[in-house]
Design a protein around this ligand. Structure first.
Ligand code: IMP
Ligand code: MG
Length: 177
């Protein structure tokens, strides 16, 4: 199995720096920044994003997380979604940003946005993804911050895994190319 480079570590770092600037600008009047990181895939993006935000702003950052499962071990969504690790904080009445690795069909993020609004009583929910596969979208969901648009190929690295592997790569690559 080989992995072909799609987006380099430097490109990713630079883009995350730009997204940090966009977020700081948009949220400059908030007294704190509340992130909800989607585990496990969103962890890398979230950590890098927090580092970049901290370089340019002294805003107080709350970084909560939760874990959902929608994919089995394959490369297609199972069409069924479950919260397997509950949100570890109270976001009632808050403006939050979901931090996720990738939007593919849109199923996960559509579910999560509604879940945080209705079940967790967030006031406003925005979405930041490192990667977007626009050609795969089946569920319409507005994305507020996007790292890169990528073609319809299965990628790994920067939090994204294939059967639990390759999450730790610092670049994004296409598997089995
Ligand atoms: P969606 O619900 O179809 O938008 O899928 C979102 C989830 O599918 C992401 O959180 C990833 O866990 C997973 N996923 C989608 N595409 C890829 C990929 O190319 N590589 C690894 N995981 C992916
Ligand atoms: Mg995921």
């Amino acid at each position: 199995m080989s992995i072909k480079l799609l987006i380099s570590e430097v490109q990713i770092q630079e883009r995350i720096h730009e997204i940090a600037k966009e977020i700081v600008k948009k949220y400059k009047n908030e007294k704190e920044l509340t992130l909800v990181t989607v585990l496990q895939g969103g962890k890398h993006f979230s950590e890098e994003l927090v580092k970049e935000i901290e370089k340019i702003s002294d805003v107080f950052i709350e970084n909560f997380s939760l874990q959902v499962s929608s994919y089995g071990n394959g490369t297609e969504s199972s069409g069924h979604i479950e919260v397997v690790q509950n949100l570890n904080g109270d976001i009632t009445g808050k403006n939050v940003i979901i931090i996720e690795d990738i939007i593919d069909s849109g199923f996960t993020l559509k579910f999560l946005k509604k879940y945080l609004q209705t079940e967790k009583q967030a006031h406003q929910v925005e979405i930041a993804v490192l990667l977007n596969k626009p050609n795969r979208r089946k569920f319409d969901v507005e994305i507020d911050f996007v790292g890169f648009e990528i073609p319809d190929e299965f990628v790994v690295g920067c939090g994204l895994d294939f059967e639990g592997k390759h999450r730790e790569l610092r670049y994004v690559g296409v598997i089995n190319a």
